[in-house]
Design a protein around this ligand. Structure first.
Ligand SMILES: Nc1nc2c(ncn2[C@@H]2O[C@H](COP(=O)(O)OP(=O)(O)OP(=O)(O)O)[C@@H](O)[C@H]2O)c(=O)[nH]1
Ligand SMILES: [Zn+2]
Length: 230
């Protein structure tokens, strides 16, 4: 049966569909993504790695898949490779910001995949849980004035989490990986990917110790977002 396509004129734009709306799509729903480039990129922690770039039909920013290790190990029939669905975080991933836990999660995921022999890291253009870098910086200013990460988003007129999981599910399907073990502390990610037709064979906790700056941020994720951090 051909895969259902999300209507081109989805009201919020394909990549900003909040989780609740994605859950309303049938499990076979897909968005149109084109594989536009790929190259071998040896990494410090994973000498065997390839980056595959996907671009949406309606333009926009590229989403990347970093394939670690043996490609056969990734798509082996019945296998469930270690997978990380990582939302872009300029401050944490690139600069090593202490405000969040993204940097250790990103590097930790690649190192674990290399140890495991193979894995796939989806690096999604969903900065600031989907509100973008400029708004995330505004949210940080509000947090410095006393709001927590969730209320800061709301004060800016956004939901707590503006990300969707359809793009990640579509990338995995196009890579021939319908079944995964997911590195995450976020139960919504597991449910969201499952709702989009990906079989999550297991969740692997992906916790890193608080650093003295992000303690309240991590406590808020556990208390208000339901992240499994304790
Ligand atoms: N809006 C907003 N986004 C943030 C903030 N801190 C980090 N982020 C973004 O949050 C995203 C990472 O999401 P997290 O909530 O840390 O974790 P998760 O992806 O839901 O769950 P895990 O898989 O367990 O890491 C990245 O896009 C970051 O840029 C913040 O205070 N406000
Ligand atoms: Zn971050």
């Amino acid at each position: 049966m051909p895969e259902a396509r999300v209507p081109e004129a989805a009201p919020l734009g394909l990549f900003s569909l909040p989780a609740a709306e994605v859950l309303a799509y049938p499990a076979t729903a897909a968005t149109t993504l084109t594989r536009v480039a790929e190259a071998r990129v040896p990494l410090e922690d994973a000498p065997e790695a390839r980056i595959v770039a996907f671009r949406a039909a309606d333009g926009g920013i590229e989403h990347l898949a970093i394939l670690v290790g043996d490609p056969e190990g990734l798509s082996a029939a019945g296998g469930a490779p270690l997978t990380r669905v990582h939302s872009e975080c300029f401050t944490g991933d690139l600069l090593g910001s202490l405000r969040c836990d993204c940097g250790p999660q990103l590097r930790g995921a690649i190192a674990r995949m290399a140890q495991d022999g193979a894995g796939v890291l989806l690096y999604l253009a969903q900065e600031g849980r989907g509100i973008g870098l400029v708004n995330k910086l505004r949210a940080y200013t509000l947090q410095d004035q006393g709001l927590d990460t969730l209320d800061a988003n709301r004060a800016l007129g956004y939901g707590a989490d503006e990300r969707g999981f359809l793009v990640a599910a579509t990338m995995l399907r196009q890579l021939g990986i319908p079944r995964i073990r997911l590195l995450t502390n976020n139960p919504d990610k597991v449910a969201g990917l499952a709702a989009c037709g990906i079989e999550v064979a297991g969740r692997e906790p992906h916790r890193f110790a608080a650093n003295g700056v992000n303690d309240h941020y991590l406590e808020t994720k556990a208390a208000r977002f339901g992240h499994l951090l304790r």
